[in-house]
Design a protein around this ligand. Structure first.
Ligand SMILES: [Ca+2]
Ligand SMILES: [Ca+2]
Ligand SMILES: [Ca+2]
Length: 631
């Protein structure tokens, strides 16, 4: 009994003492091994620190090259993650350096070296360039190719004559940079992770893991993976944010096998050999603020910016940008149901801007598609209940007989669209193809189908599309969106709130009635101040009028500030006209500052010469000025 009580007391004491102070374990590749993790004697490997890190600890990794796979052996705890933090220049390489001696001529121009890494090399880089893998055996390695004998553990490289040892040779050696498997409360941030045989960073069957601010490149397969393995195992919630993911051999970002509640935000995924992002069986997740561009599979034709497939349901895809990808910018397919795409921008992609296939209940709201090679918005292959509102599509499919909106005959069940802009700047071709019926004008489509009763075919007048600026100019997109649309998001792609352009009638629906169509709200431009002061010159004691009514602003001026230049208080008011009496002579600079509702200001000034009143002295009668002074 007494023993039990002391245990309880002990636990209580620990409780009031709070958590033990977090330990920072220092790691430096240049330190003497093994080290002890202090600043004076850092560990020489990340793994040595990982082996001792407990919840709340930080593994602080100095700049340098680390040729090891980090598989965190312990989890953190709620509020006490174990953080792996790379300093700028902290690089985890998936390859080993095979330059220097050790290579011998095998046959012809093919050289060989004994090589037995942790996992068989999937890639070999010579002077930074990838060699072609060959399965043809040591006697038939093509020039600029390699063959690996996984039984004899020999690597063969053919550079067409040169000894590889005289070049910079990096050969695949490890599967992952970070393999977070079955862990929780882990943070991985700030690393460059390069050249792995499988993935740069993999998070598998884990939860409360944060992967942020890393650069993940040249993995043989996917760059960065969240993998739930199979149900009922789940990965999530996880955060994947602010990473740059490039030049990987498959999709840059890959979520699969029962991932839930992932937050994938502000990543840049580009120049990968497959999709910028591919998600299957990924649900209730948010994808926001990501950029996907220039993803293309050599010899392929189906590499998208971002693709939700394979029963990825109930996700929110918001404020992402996809451009110049080999295939479609944003794609839903294969039973990816009840997803919302809102405020995304897709331009210059090799197929559609947005492609919705084989799914139910897609909401496509306030997106912008411009100059995609095929259709702007394509709804095809047994889609049901597609819902489009507030989108802007312009000049898609001009050279391919494509359309701004394409709906095939299998996808009209429950289809609904309104408040969209479908525009073509060239004659010929059709803006809309609906179940085989073609329409040049949105009004004709509306008359035929009842959709787009508030739609428009007019030019959205993008500010500078060739320069990548797809903000709407004055035209059909301004103050005309349905803010009551399901899934509508008032903050636009840039995070700006709608403004009411005073010169444009508000024809939108919901609240407010002045949101704009498309992913981008019209930018609130700065006001222009204009000022006229009368009379000029003026006399001391005379009423002077400062008129700012020629000032202008796109959304309206909310404040006029008049500074008189004579030391008296400024006049601040909501109206454009103010008056003043100068009590002394002089040259005064009257300044008008106008401010709009966004706090943007503009100032103009006007000089006014105020003269003393010359009066003839009249005997027995004080001058008007003197009379005024006596009152
Ligand atoms: Ca507006
Ligand atoms: Ca308006
Ligand atoms: Ca303005």
């Amino acid at each position: 009994m007494a023993f039990g009580r002391s245990l309880l007391l002990g636990a209580w004491l620990i409780g009031i003492a709070g958590p033990v102070a977090a330990v920072v374990h220092e790691v430096d590749a240049a330190a003497s091994c093994p080290g002890s993790g202090t600043s004076a004697a850092p560990y020489c490997t990340i793994g040595a620190a990982a082996a001792v890190a407990v919840p709340g600890d930080v593994v602080n990794v100095a700049a340098g090259i680390y040729r090891e796979q980090v598989s965190p052996p312990a989890s953190g705890a709620a509020g006490l993650p174990i953080t792996y933090r790379g300093a700028p220049g902290a690089r985890i390489h998936g390859t080993n350096d095979l330059s220097g001696a050790g290579w011998t001529l095998a046959s012809g121009t093919t050289y060989e070296i004994a090589y037995d890494p942790d996992t068989n090399p999937a890639q070999v880089f010579v002077d930074g360039k990838k060699l072609a893998p060959s399965a043809a055996g040591p006697g038939a390695v093509p020039v600029n190719g390699f063959f690996y004998d996984g039984v004899a553990h020999v690597l063969y490289v053919n550079l067409g004559g040169d000894d590889p040892g005289r070049h910079d040779v990096e050969a695949g050696a490890r599967s992952f940079g970070f393999d977070v498997n079955g862990r929780s409360y882990i943070v991985v941030e700030g690393f460059e992770v390069r050249g792995h045989n499988t993935n740069g960073i993999r998070v598998r069957s884990s939860s409360h893991v944060v992967v942020r601010g890393n650069r993940v490149l040249q993995a043989a397969s996917f760059g960065l993976v969240a993998d739930g393995t199979t149900a009922p195992t789940t990965t999530g919630p996880v955060e994947i944010s602010g990473n740059e993911i490039l030049e990987n051999g498959d999709a840059g970002l890959r979520l699969r096998n029962n991932v839930v509640q992932a937050t994938v935000s502000r990543n840049r995924s580009h120049h990968n050999d497959n999709h910028g992002l591919l998600a299957t069986q990924t649900s209730a997740s948010v994808f926001s603020g990501n950029v996907f561009y220039a993803n293309a599979r050599p010899g392929g034709a189906s590499t998208t910016g971002m693709h939700l497939a394979g029963d990825s349901d109930g996700n929110r895809v918001e404020r992402n940008l996809a451009y110049r990808n080999q295939d479609t910018g944003f794609q839903l397919s294969d039973g990816a149901d009840a997803n919302l795409l809102v405020r995304n921008v897709s331009w210059g992609n090799g197929d559609h801007g947005f492609d919705v296939r084989e799914c139910d209940g897609a909401r496509i709201v306030s997106n912008t598609a411009w100059a995609n090679v095929n259709d702007g918005f394509s709804i095809e292959d047994n889609v049901s209940n597609a819902y489009l509102r507030n989108n802007v599509a312009s000049d898609n499919g001009l050279l391919t007989n494509g359309n701004d909106l394409f709906v095939d005959a299998t996808s009209t069940a429950g289809f609904s669209s309104d408040y969209d802009v479908f525009h073509r700047s060239t004659a010929g071709g059709n803006s809309i193809d609906y179940a085989g019926a073609e329409f040049t004008a949105v009004a004709d489509f509306a008359a035929a189908t009842g959709n787009e009763m508030h739609g428009s075919s007019a030019n959205p007048n993008f500010v500078d599309p060739d320069g990548g600026d797809l903000h709407p100019g004055l035209g059909p997109a301004i103050d005309s969106a349905d803010a009551g649309a399901s899934g509508f998001q008032p903050l636009d792609f840039d995070g700006r709130a709608p403004i009411d352009v005073s010169s444009v009638p508000d024809t939108g629906a919901g609240v407010p009635t002045y949101a704009d169509r498309g992913a981008l709200e019209r930018i609130d431009t700065a006001p222009v101040a204009r000022l006229r002061v009368t009379p000029k010159p003026a006399n001391v004691g005379q009423l002077v009028t400062a008129n700012g009514s020629a000032s202008s602003d796109d959304a309206g001026i909310v404040s006029y500030r008049f500074a008189w230049g004579d030391g008296t208080a400024d006049t601040v008011q909501s109206g454009p006209v103010a008056t003043h009496v100068f009590a002394r002579k002089g040259n005064f600079k009257v300044r008008l500052t106008v401010t709009d509702g966004a706090g943007q200001a503009s100032t103009v000034q006007s000089a006014v010469n105020v003269k003393a009143v010359k009066t003839k002295p009249v005997k027995g009668k004080p001058s008007k000025v003197k009379r005024a002074a006596k009152r």
